[in-house]
Design a protein around this ligand. Structure first.
Ligand code: ZN
Length: 360
């Protein structure tokens, strides 16, 4: 699974390079050094030719990084947590703690990336113009970088997943219909576009266009699949899928007793209650942190999680799916006016998807 390597941290975010980028960067350097039209193949001095090619490649890499950092900066500004940034062949992917479901936020977070590429393109092309007027031969160097950034802008604005344009389109549609409908529509628009590009690629015999069309088609399908998962839950409320029979444990129970309860009841997590008040939640993960010989002396209160992630019975069912996966937890408590009314586990959700979804 180690398909990327971490190269460092910027504003606390680990930056990773995907293997595809590691393969393609030397290729870019090579193309720059060979091509006379789109590179420095015409530069007479060999060492200068290589120096220019390598510098251009590094600046290209920095351009992609800046594009991605722009996404992350906006995400962080809106309170989202960015776990890492992985730079790929066609740009980057920011791994976020929480998927933005707010169209305005998603729009701003997405559009800022291509706009950064466009701004970089304009700056590089501007330098190109100034230097060419001054008669400096280096203008060519900035011209190439400018064009690449403008291409990155255009490519990323293709309104299809997994490009930024696909997300912009969905955010725009989601302002007019449900998030899932918007995703479906954006996926089908993206796939139609991919098919169109593929046909055009075959007609004008452009292998690049065919390759991009293929990449766009697959990417759109994947995004669609991820969202379809939550479709059977659409229209359902938390109260439709929660287990109302909640077994709670007292804070004073020791961990050996708790393990017995776990085996007996076959649930891995329990709310901790005292005099009708909810104090926290304790799961098998909490128990596992305590060595087995000490479990007789440690009580539930000492290991339980006090920070409870809860839902309301009237919340949409999708919210449970989202919270379970974002926080990577097994169960959520359902509270109504501070009172515990139910519990939703991953199993409950999977069961609901099977019952209501039929096809899954
Ligand atoms: Zn982007």
């Amino acid at each position: 699974m180690k398909s990327s390597i971490e190269i460092g941290k910027i504003i606390g975010i680990p930056i990773k390079l995907h293997i595809t980028l590691l393969l393609v960067l030397p290729l870019f350097a090579y193309i720059f050094s060979m091509s006379e039209q789109f590179g420095f193949g015409g530069v007479p001095s060999q060492s200068l030719r290589y120096a220019l090619s390598i510098t251009a490649t590094l600046l290209l890499f920095l351009s992609i990084l800046l594009h991605e950092l722009a996404h992350s900066a906006v995400a962080i500004h809106y309170g989202s947590k960015v776990d890492s940034i992985t730079l790929f062949l066609f740009g980057g992917v920011s791994s976020m703690g929480e998927m933005p479901r707010n169209p305005v936020f998603e729009f701003k977070m997405t559009i800022v990336g291509p706009l950064t590429s466009l701004a970089l393109g304009i700056v590089f092309l501007g330098i190109d113009q100034i230097l060419s007027v001054l008669g400096d031969n280096l203008y060519y160097f900035f011209g190439i970088l400018g064009i690449i950034n403008v291409v990155l802008f255009v490519f990323n604005m293709i309104p299809a997943f997994p490009m930024d344009g696909g997300r912009v389109l969905r955010a725009w549609l989601a302002g007019r219909m449900s998030y899932i409908e918007a995703t479906r529509k954006a996926v089908s628009i993206g796939q139609m576009l991919a098919i169109g590009m593929g046909i055009l690629g075959l007609l004008i015999i452009n292998p690049w266009l065919i390759l991009i069309a293929f990449f766009v088609y697959i990417g759109a399908a994947e995004e669609g699949k991820a969202t379809e998962m939550s479709v059977p839950l659409e229209g359902l409320k938390i109260s439709d899928l929660m287990s109302k029979e909640v077994i709670s444990v007292p804070p004073s129970m020791n961990l050996n007793e708790l393990v017995d309860v776990m085996f007996e009841r076959k649930h891995m997590g329990y709310p901790v209650m005292e005099n009708g008040n909810l104090l926290g939640i304790v799961t098998f993960t909490d128990v596992r942190r305590v060595p087995s010989q000490k479990r007789g002396e440690v009580v539930v209160e000492e290991v339980m999680t006090k920070n409870i992630i809860s839902l309301h019975p009237e919340d949409p069912a999708e919210k449970a799916l989202q919270l379970l996966f974002t926080h990577n937890i097994g169960r959520l408590l359902v509270l109504s006016e501070q009172r515990l009314t139910g519990i939703v586990s991953r199993t409950d959700i999977v069961r609901s998807i099977q019952i209501f979804g039929g096809k899954l």
